[in-house]
Design a protein around this ligand. Structure first.
Ligand SMILES: Cc1ncc(COP(=O)(O)O)c(C=O)c1O
Length: 370
């Protein structure tokens, strides 16, 4: 019996391919790759190194801790923290040359004090709330807020940005309204005699569908990883899955007709059945919602999940794959014929949650070629 753990293989070539696709669509706009949440579960350091080598313009994370992880790993690419940060951390932000989102006077003032004390500029991107109502200043306050920030010593306004609520919905015109609100806020900033710097709004869905959203920079996340931004889980042509989640077959057993498998025996064999055991479970991020509903691919053929997903193991029906052997690696998702979106559909969620859910105990393994 072998004990090989589940692994998330990160296909470097597919990541580079997806970046090229995004660049072709973005035209002259800079690319800010969104690599928050451990690069949507792919491994932020691994992904950032590949993207930095490929010359990406910016990397965006949600939290300061995520930015520091990258700086500690030696990533020199400009970094933007999208979330707000406790003003008490201003020195750390400034001394690590991290660009910080601001929409409160407190944080802007703290960054200014640190910049003056440390003798280094504080770079900020002003967030404008154009309809998401999550974070950002009110558009009508844009002129006065940016004017306040611009008068703070040591602070450089590197950019202004906003975020779409439903760019993934082709039937909605709300994104167009958000762009109008954003542009009016930028006009109010210019009326104060201040240049807004890098203007950015577009996530993956907007980048694909709304040319006027591209501005000076775009902020794609999910498409970079070869996952779909849409509720229908369709991946646009040319993009390829970056993460392939695999687990080895660690044993095989034959059971008779009428016998049950796993907790609660919700799978009952309708014929003499061969069951393969895979060393992966919901503790690795393979959701229990996939019990008896998903399939894996072994030797190019689909094997249905038999019974409940356990914490550390799953069983799959390989009766129709007699060539399956102990040691074979099964793919749980990340193939064109078995995309993460297929699991997301079963789980009633979006592609994002499938890759983000792969847990820390799964090693991320960079595959350089092939
Ligand atoms: C502020 C912001 N910008 C850009 C993105 C990237 O979005 P997507 O992964 O849909 O491209 C996100 C992700 O949620 C975000 O929160």
């Amino acid at each position: 019996m072998i004990h090989r753990k589940a692994s998330a293989y990160i296909h470097k070539g597919n990541l580079e391919n997806n970046l090229r696709q995004l660049r072709a669509i973005a035209g002259s706009s800079k690319i800010c790759a969104v690599i928050k949440a451990d690069a949507y579960g792919h491994g932020a350091v691994i992904i950032s190194r590949v993207l930095a080598d490929a010359g990406v313009d910016f990397l965006a994370v949600a939290y300061l801790e995520e930015a520091l992880e990258l700086r500690e790993a030696g990533i020199k690419t400009p970094l933007l923290v999208l979330g707000t940060t406790d003003p008490g951390n201003a020195d750390i932000i400034v001394s690590n040359r991290i660009s910080q989102t601001v929409f409160t006077q407190d944080l802007a003032k703290a960054l200014s004090e640190s910049a003056l004390r440390l003798g280094r500029p504080a770079f900020v991107h002003v967030k404008i709330d154009t309809g998401m109502h999550r974070q950002g200043i009110e558009p009508r306050q844009a002129g006065s807020f940016v004017s306040f920030v611009s008068r703070l010593g040591g602070v450089r306004i590197e950019g202004c940005y906003s975020h779409f609520t439903e760019a993934d919905n082709p039937d909605s015109d709300f994104s167009t309204r958000q762009i109008e609100v954003f542009n009016r806020a930028l006009d109010a900033i210019r009326a104060e005699g201040i240049e807004p710097g890098i203007r950015h709004m577009a996530n993956s869905a907007a980048l694909l569908r709304i040319p006027e959203s591209r501005m000076d920079m775009v902020r794609p996340g999910v498409l970079l990883y070869g996952l779909s931004p849409d509720a229908d889980h369709r991946l646009p042509g040319g993009f390829k899955p970056v993460m392939e989640f695999r687990a080895a077959v660690t044993s095989l057993r034959d059971i008779g007709e009428g016998e049950g498998v796993s907790y609660g025996r919700i799978f009952t064999a309708s014929r003499p059945t061969r069951i393969a055991l895979l060393q992966v479970g919901y503790a690795d991020g393979y959701s229990r919602h996939l019990s008896n509903r998903a399939a894996v691919v072994i030797r190019g053929k689909r094997a249905p999940v038999a019974g409940r997903v356990c914490m550390d193991q799953i069983m799959v029906d390989v009766t129709d794959i007699p060539e399956a052997r102990v040691g074979d690696e099964a793919t749980l998702f990340g193939l064109p014929e078995l995309p993460a979106g297929e699991l997301a559909e079963i789980m009633g969620t979006i592609d994002y949650e499938v890759s983000c859910g792969i847990s820390k105990r799964v090693p991320r393994v960079l595959i350089e070629r092939g």
